[in-house]
Design a protein around this ligand. Structure first.
Ligand SMILES: NC(=O)c1ccc[n+]([C@@H]2O[C@H](COP(=O)([O-])OP(=O)(O)OC[C@H]3O[C@@H](n4cnc5c(N)ncnc54)[C@H](OP(=O)(O)O)[C@@H]3O)[C@@H](O)[C@H]2O)c1
Length: 249
């Protein structure tokens, strides 16, 4: 590699994205946080740079097309390319509902951020990824979006619906497969990762609660994304993986 690795992580001012940003920065990657919360992004950039890393942020609500376009321009102007795109920004708004009572608004919001947002960011960044050496896209998915697990009675969340969240992440997985095919000839792998139920503020969980929110630490949740973003060679594409291995689509 002669180019510095430049990495955009959406929603990386906190949670798994921030842990990923810090870990990839330690690997020498220049990190750009795609931020919804500007104050948190400034703090994250200060922490990474204080630790000797290269980091900056762009205001990036992934549902705001003008901001997505402006983020693309930021990379064109500052670096001329983008090496790794990590579509990490995500929301869940329907965890407390069943399919028969979930408000349509909650479903639409989840699709707006999780699916339409990541597609818009990916489409915008593709020309910049094509200018990079060893470019790749990693989409944060979820085991809740696995059709294989949703129909497997031994899956621990078999009886948990979150229909809109799961459907939006299943859509993200289809996005992964389609982008992978579309970018195959450009040598740009596109993969989905399931972080697993991790101790972050995701979905409005209280991170100060002494009882951890997830089934694993946030560090464990970020591990597979970090592995995918640092693996070599990166010949595999259209995979759906987690710490334990391959997840069924
Ligand atoms: N934690 C888990 O148990 C778990 C399990 C499976 C999959 N995941 C996936 O992992 C990813 C990261 O989750 P996390 O646990 O780190 O959650 P998190 O701590 O809530 O982080 C998500 C980040 O996305 C940001 N975001 C929300 N809407 C956005 C938008 N429209 N544009 C840009 N950024 C936006 C959030 O900003 P604000 O906080 O300011 O809204 C936040 O910084 C998500 O895609 C999630 O679906 C998480």
């Amino acid at each position: 590699m002669t180019q510095k690795i430049v990495t955009l992580i959406t929603g990386a001012e906190k949670g798994l994205g921030l842990l990923t940003a810090k870990a990839l920065s330690k690997e020498g990657q220049a990190i750009v946080i795609g931020a919804l919360d500007e104050d948190a992004a400034k703090k994250a950039v200060a922490e990474i740079t204080a630790d000797g890393g290269e980091a900056s942020y762009v205001n990036l609500d992934v549902t705001n097309h003008d901001q997505v376009k402006a983020a693309g321009q930021y990379f064109a102007d500052k670096y001329g390319y983008l090496t790794i795109l990590i579509n990490n920004a995500g929301i869940v708004t329907d965890g407390q509902h069943t399919p028969v009572d979930v408000p349509m608004d909650a479903l639409r919001k989840e699709f707006d951020v999780n699916f339409f947002g990541s597609v818009d960011v990916s489409q915008t960044m593709v020309p910049l990824l094509k200018k990079a050496e060893n470019a790749q896209i990693i989409n944060l998915s979820s085991n809740m979006g696995s059709l294989g697990l949703a129909t497997d009675t031994s899956f621990p969340f078999y009886n948990f619906y979150s229909m809109g969240y799961g459907a939006s992440k299943a859509a993200v997985n289809f996005e992964t497969i389609c982008f992978s095919k579309a970018l195959k000839d450009d040598g740009i792998p596109v993969n989905s990762v399931n972080p697993g139920f991790s101790d972050t503020a995701f979905g409005g969980r209280d991170t100060n609660d002494p009882k951890p929110a997830g089934m694993q630490t946030a560090e464990e949740g970020a591990a597979q994304v970090i592995k995918m973003a640092t693996r070599s060679p990166q010949t595999d594409s259209a995979t759906f993986s987690e710490n334990a291995g391959i997840v069924p689509w």
